[in-house]
Design a protein around this ligand. Structure first.
Ligand SMILES: [Zn+2]
Length: 345
C-alpha cells in the first residue's frame, strides 16, 4: 500500500494536546514545564508517524489467534523496549504490563467474537504494547503499529493501562485505518471528528460488552478513572457531551449540530456523532454490541476518507437496512438518532 502522509496521521493520543495546554495554564511551574515538554514530544511523535506511513507488513502474524506482546520502555522513549510478556506468558509482577496485556486481549476478543474480525487489520496483526514510556508521561497512543503507554504524573493523570475503553479507543484507530477505503478517515474536520467518534463508540461498546451492561446501565463515559479527582471524572460523555459535571472543566463537546464548532478540534465535534450513537443504542434498546455496534461497524467500508457527518449518517442507515431490512425499525431508529442531533433533516 502506498503511504500517504495526509491520510495516515493516525497517531492518536488519548489526551488531546488542547487538554494538556489547558491543564498547563493552571499548573504550578514544575508541572507546567513537564506538560509543555510532553506536548513538544507528542508533536515530534506525530511527525515521525507521518513520515513512516502505514504499519510495516512484518507486523502481521500468521494464524487466526491473538498475538500479544508487552514491552517495558523503562521510562525511556526508545520503542518497543524490553520484551516482558508474550501470548503464552504468565502474569508478571508489574501491574501495568498485565493490564496492557489483558485489555488488549479483551479488545481483540470483542472484535473476534462479536464482529468476526481477526485483529486490527482483519488479518491477524500482532498487538504490541509498550508500558512505562518516558517519565511521568501523561498520555497513551497508537503509533500506527503499536500501543504506547505513559505512567501519568500521578498528579493530574493516574495512568492509562487500566482503562479498557482507552485501549479499545486506540486500537480502533487501527481498525478504522484498515477498514475505511482509501486508508482511513483524514484526521481533520468532520472526517477527523468521525475518526475520533468511531474510536469512542467502540471504546464504550467494548467496555459495555466486557461488563455486560445494557445501554441504560452503561456510564457512556470515555476515560473514566484515568484523571486525578482534581482534574475531573472522565474525558468525554457520549450520553451528555459537554456536561462538565460528569467529565472535566474543559469539556467543550457539542451534542448536536446546533453547537457545531467551525474548524473545531476533532475531539470537540466528535460529540455529535458520539451522541447519535448513544441515541441509536438507546432507541434500539438492546445491548449496544448486538445491534448499534454491528451497524456502525458495517458502515465503515461504506465511508470514504473525507466522509462528512451526513455521509456517516447515510452509511449507518444503509448498514441497518442491509442487516435488518429497508423498512426495519432498526433503520428507522438509526435515522431518528441522526435527526435528533441535527445531522439528518
Ligand atoms: Zn483518538
Amino acid at each position: 500500500m502506498q503511504a500517504d502522509k495526509h491520510l495516515h496521521p493516525c497517531c492518536c493520543f488519548i489526551i488531546p494536546p488542547k487538554m494538556l495546554r489547558k491543564l498547563a495554564l493552571d499548573a504550578d511551574e514544575a508541572e507546567r514545564k513537564l506538560l509543555l515538554d510532553q506536548l513538544e514530544r507528542s508533536a515530534f511523535i506525530r511527525g515521525q508517524r507521518a513520515a513512516r506511513g502505514v504499519a510495516a507488513p512484518g507486523l502481521v502474524a500468521s494464524g487466526g489467534e491473538k498475538h500479544r506482546t508487552v514491552y517495558d520502555a523503562g521510562h525511556g522513549t526508545r520503542l518497543p523496549g524490553k520484551r516482558v510478556r508474550d501470548e503464552n506468558g504468565a502474569p508478571v509482577a508489574d501491574t501495568a504490563v498485565n493490564q496492557a496485556f489483558d485489555n488488549a486481549g479483551t479488545t481483540y476478543d470483542f472484535y473476534e467474537q462479536v464482529l468476526r474480525r481477526n485483529s486490527i487489520d482483519g488479518n491477524g496483526m500482532r498487538i504490541d504494547s509498550s508500558v512505562h514510556y518516558s517519565k511521568k508521561y501523561n498520555n497513551a497512543f497508537w503509533n500506527g503499529s503499536q500501543m504506547v503507554y505513559g505512567d501519568g504524573d500521578g498528579k493530574l493523570f493516574n495512568g492509562f493501562t487500566g482503562a479498557l475503553d482507552v485501549i479499545a479507543h486506540e486500537l480502533t484507530h487501527g481498525v478504522t485505518q484498515y477498514t475505511v477505503p482509501g486508508g482511513g478517515l483524514v484526521y481533520e474536520g468532520q472526517s477527523g471528528a468521525l475518526n475520533e467518534s468511531i474510536s469512542d463508540v467502540f471504546g464504550s461498546v467494548v467496555k459495555q460488552w466486557h461488563l455486560k451492561q445494557t445501554p441504560q446501565q452503561a456510564d457512556w463515559l470515555i476515560g473514566a478513572g484515568i484523571l486525578a479527582p482534581s482534574v475531573g471524572k472522565a474525558l468525554r460523555s457520549m450520553a451528555e457531551p459537554g456536561n462538565t459535571a460528569v467529565t472535566w472543566s474543559g469539556d467543550d463537546q457539542p451534542a448536536t449540530m446546533a453547537g457545531y464548532v467551525e474548524d473545531g478540534d476533532v475531539h470537540t465535534n466528535s460529540g455529535i456523532p458520539n451522541h447519535a450513537f448513544y441515541l441509536a443504542a438507546m432507541k434500539l434498546n438492546v445491548n449496544s454490541w448486538e445491534k448499534a455496534g454491528p451497524i456502525w461497524y458495517q458502515a465503515l467500508p461504506l465511508l470514504r476518507s473525507n466522509a462528512s457527518f451526513l455521509d456517516a449518517a447515510n452509511a449507518t442507515v444503509k448498514a441497518a437496512q442491509v442487516l435488518y431490512g429497508t423498512g426495519s425499525s432498526e433503520a428507522a431508529a438509526v435515522q431518528a438518532a441522526w435527526r435528533e442531533v441535527g445531522v439528518m433533516s
